[in-house]
Design a binder for this molecule. Structure first.
Ligand code: GUN
Ligand code: FE
Length: 444
């Protein structure tokens, strides 16, 4: 039984702050939420529980539980490059920084040491679910799946498909080899987690530029046949868009290229979506795709400012992505802060309606991300029937870097704002995924 203050999203603009006792069974499923319970014991008694333990923060007035973060777009293999991008933009950044690093994951030892650090780091920042891109390599990508399962992080594992316009030293050698490698990773994930309870494969055409038409068509067919999720990049940078449209003259838009091959589904995660046209946005909404909004990356690589409100207003699902290492931080809390600031830059250009609130960016970080990943029946907030993916945040001033000032004690709305703007991984004292304690400053 978890007892204290719970902060979670019920919808895009509804951030609920409740005092409650939450009962979680041995499978990690929330079985009761008793609002305003006088004590954990009272709530347990009411539900006929006799054997249980109680977890409550030491100082209720400066602590709260928040759902685990969902990172809808992160390149695990690019973590060694965080902070390195110089003055590049997307396409020269890929060639200068990214492909050489990803090529080094041919060595399984590189994969193992990097991926174990990435998982420890993202768990330390409260990421309970991550949609990972790995590299083209089967063994390295399978290692990422093994390590996430072992550490207890929900993960979508994507082997990058890239059989066209890629460097000779880093690519799929042929359509057939790309298919075989993609199959091999799916088989591996099915072997270690047969029901995809924690780890799921995700089909990952890197982006339209790096995939042949045959490969995209095969992936679209596979997604439909096996009901698999898909992730890719879309409309991130103007030169990328021009190049894509030149390569695919039959398509009327970038989104139209993916749609031709059945890659826009209600299980598709489209990263960036900075420069979509109105028609593309409506198509993406109609197909039920989700967008991974990556504000830190879009600012760092000067890609542009994604109009999140404009997407949400059309019914497009939106979550947050760190996009390590286009993005320089593995933290979704930091990314939420960037999402709020980028929305204000859009507002400063004259359109007030673009401004996102604290409640909205925290929705994107949790429930919104869960919707994008098709996991909103399972995670994203604290409702009965969902899994206990939860962060215990402490702003007590001793273990935390946030000076809350005495007069703020017990004002949880203000504590949440202070956490969003000044908090970091030092505020995460305990972190559970699927009911299992996996990280936090008090985890050892
Ligand atoms: N487009 C194709 N590959 C990538 C990548 O690795 N990162 C980003 N941000 N965009 C891409
Ligand atoms: Fe990316």
């Amino acid at each position: 039984v978890y007892f204290g203050t719970f902060v979670h999203s019920l919808g895009q603009t509804e951030l609920e702050v409740m005092s409650a006792a939450v009962g979680v069974d041995s499978e990690g499923t929330i079985v009761f939420v008793e609002k305003d319970a006088a004590s954990a014991d009272e709530a347990a008694r009411k539900h006929g529980w006799s054997e249980y333990s109680v977890t409550a923060p030491l100082d209720q007035a400066t602590s709260f539980f928040f759902p685990g973060f969902v990172d809808t777009h992160i390149h695990a293999s690019q973590y060694p490059n965080v902070g390195l991008f110089g003055k590049t933009t997307l396409l020269d950044w890929l060639n200068t920084y990214t492909f050489p690093l990803e090529a080094s994951f041919k060595d399984p030892a590189v994969a193992r040491s990097t991926y174990s650090r990435v998982i420890a780091r993202t768990l330390g920042h409260g990421t309970s679910t991550a949609a990972y891109y790995a590299t083209v390599h089967v063994e390295g990508t399978s290692i990422l799946a093994d390590l996430a399962l072992e550490a207890g992080q929900r993960a979508f594992i994507g082997r990058c498909c890239m059989d066209a316009n890629s460097p000779d030293y880093y690519c799929d050698e042929s359509l057939e080899s790309a298919q075989t490698a993609t199959r091999a990773v799916i088989d591996h994930v099915r072997k270690i987690d047969p029901t995809y309870e924690i780890i799921s494969p995700i089909l990952t055409p890197r982006f339209a530029i790096s995939c042949s038409r045959d490969l995209m068509a095969w992936l679209g067919k596979l997604a439909a046949e096996e009901n698999l999720p898909v992730q890719t990049h879309i409309s991130e940078n103007t030169l990328e868009i021009e190049t894509t449209l030149k390569m695919h003259p039959y398509a009327d838009s970038y989104a139209g290229v993916y749609d031709t091959y059945g890659l826009l589904t209600n299980r598709s995660i489209l990263a960036h979506a900075v420069h979509l046209t109105d028609e593309e946005r409506d198509l993406v909404a109609k197909r039920g795709c989700g967008v991974a909004h990556c504000p830190a990356s879009n600012s760092a690589l000067t890609s542009g400012e994604t109009r999140v409100k404009w997407l949400l207003d059309a019914g497009v699902k939106v979550g947050l992505g760190t996009d390590v290492s286009g993005g320089y931080t593995p933290s979704i809390l930091h990314t939420a802060r960037q999402a709020l600031l980028v929305s204000r830059h859009l507002a400063m250009k004259g359109e007030e309606k673009h401004k996102l609130s604290i409640d909205e960016v925290l929705y994107l970080s949790s429930l919104g991300g869960a919707e994008v990943c098709g996991l909103d029946n399972k995670v994203g907030n604290f409702l009965v029937g969902k899994k206990w993916d939860a962060q215990l945040i402490a702003l007590d001033g001793k273990q935390s870097p946030v000076d809350i000032f005495d007069w703020e004690r017990g004002n949880h709305e203000n504590l949440v704002a202070k956490w969003l703007f000044n908090g970091d991984d030092r505020n995460l004292t305990k972190f559970w995924v699927n009911g299992r304690l996996v990280a936090g400053t008090e985890f050892s």
